[in-house]
Design a protein around this ligand. Structure first.
Ligand code: C5P
Length: 420
């Protein structure tokens, strides 16, 4: 009996599912701040490296010393404090985070995050980080239901793709009843672990992602190109790589990455690069804007001005890479295409989805100013071969890429369950 309980204890000790994960635990100033100690303790015992960041108001409820002792890392409080190295502390923390959990998140903190105000270490660090942010609101029920708080929460959830861990119904500290109690500590830990571990959902998957706009040469100095910046494709490759996928980026834009980047210029070069790896890949994400036509002949020398006012270029059709691969793809492969449309977005994207035998198409309306080509943001509609439709409102391309990774992992799960 004794032996087995000892064994259980030691196997519990060695179970560190969050090992190598750095979690920043942001604590803002509400009475639920006292529960931050339990959260920090459970996270640390699950193997995570935890750093607590307290707002000035949080220090009215809980001392930095408690969190320093529990996390075994110095708690951070001062926006202009001494950093352990040359980088400002908020940047150092922002870069180190795999995930930022803010528990409790007060109405004030939620409002600051929604508007980008950064007047203390915690808000500044969140703004400077690219890590996933999770928020556990805790406040008086009337404050939570206030349209301002509801609006701010919807901005965080829908625009910034933060995860909101809903607060619970019950008696809150001030004696009122309603929704506003911070979620139970176990609920918060489970949500954090699910998010951190779900992150590797593309592990073992091979992905080809294309990015940028192809350039079709006219002569040694001129080309036919398009306005694609490559930001969406690169964001997609980055997100998939971070989730454990083996990524090859085929791009017209040169970037330095930890995964292989094949730099191409023309549609034909892109076709060659994609086709050479297609057989081995589990998914192809064709984010690139591929020129539909190229000049029939490329002049060896710069074309000179002639006496004529006109220059006629003869164009020929480029291979439609995704269309060709859609015809030969195996049942276990997934192809995601993009459709940039200036009119009739839904019907054009739906037709392309079917015609090109795609699993998913991501449509965006390029007639909307300020989003799409070149911008950091986009608003897209995601259509699937099964007929589902999902609208993502304007958000950073980074967030769209994260969402598409979710779509991809769901499809892989679906394929694994499908009868052979
Ligand atoms: O037909 P359309 O060019 O709008 O289709 C867009 C989708 O097809 C994108 O995913 C794009 O990367 C892909 N495409 C392609 N080869 C082409 C043209 C587009 O793979 N020649």
């Amino acid at each position: 009996m004794k032996k087995s309980s000892k064994k259980r204890e030691s196997s519990f000790d060695s179970f560190n599912p969050l090992e190598n994960k750095t979690v920043i635990l942001g604590v803002s100033g509400g009475i639920a701040a006292y529960k931050a100690c339990d959260i920090a303790s459970l996270l640390r015992r699950s193997g995570a490296n935890v750093h607590a960041v307290l707002t000035p108001n949080a220090r009215e409820f809980i001392t930095p010393l408690s969190l320093t002792t529990i996390t075994r890392n110095p708690a951070h409080c001062e926006q202009y404090g001494q950093s352990s190295n040359w980088r400002p502390e908020h940047i150092e923390l922002a870069k180190s985070a795999d995930l930022i959990l803010i528990a409790p998140a007060t109405a004030d903190l939620i409002a600051k995050l929604a508007t980008g105000i950064c007047d203390d270490l915690l808000t500044t660090m969140v703004l400077a980080s690219q890590a996933k942010v999770m928020i556990a609101p805790a406040m008086n029920p009337v404050m939570l239901q206030h349209p301002a708080t509801q609006y701010n929460l919807s901005v965080l959830e829908n625009r910034y793709r933060y995860d909101i861990i809903p607060s619970e119904y019950g008696e809150v500290a001030c004696g009122d009843w309603g929704s506003g109690k911070m979620a139970a500590v176990e609920t918060i830990i489970t949500a954090v672990a699910a998010r951190l571990l779900a992150h590797k959902t593309l592990a073992t998957k091979r992905l080809i992602v294309t990015a940028g706009g192809t350039r079709e040469p006219i002569d040694p100095v001129r080309f036919i190109g398009n306005r694609s910046s490559g930001k969406m494709g690169i964001a997609m490759a980055d997100a998939a790589f971070a989730r454990g996928a083996e990524v090859t980026l085929v791009s017209t834009v040169e970037v330095e990455r930890a995964y292989p980047v094949v730099v191409v210029e023309t549609a034909q070069e892109m076709q060659e690069a994609v086709e050479s790896e297609f057989d081995l890949c589990d998914a192809l994400v064709m984010t690139a804007a591929v020129a539909d036509f190229r000049p029939m002949a490329v002049a060896n020398h710069k074309i000179k001005k002639t006496d004529s006012d006109d220059l006629v270029l003869e164009l020929t059709k480029n291979p439609d890479i995704i269309d060709l691969l859609g015809r030969v793809k195996r049942k276990d492969q997934v192809i995601i295409g993009f459709a940039a449309e200036s009119e009739a977005l839904l019907s054009n994207a739906t037709q392309k989805l079917k015609r090109k035998n795609l699993d998913v198409i991501v449509g965006n309306d390029i007639s909307v100013p300020e989003i799409g080509f070149g911008s950091d943001d986009n608003a897209v509609v995601i259509l699937s071969a099964e007929g589902t439709r999902e609208n993502l409102p304007r958000m950073p391309k980074r967030a769209i890429a994260e969402h598409l990774c979710d779509v991809l992992s769901e499809r892989f799960q679906m394929l694994e369950k499908a009868p052979v």
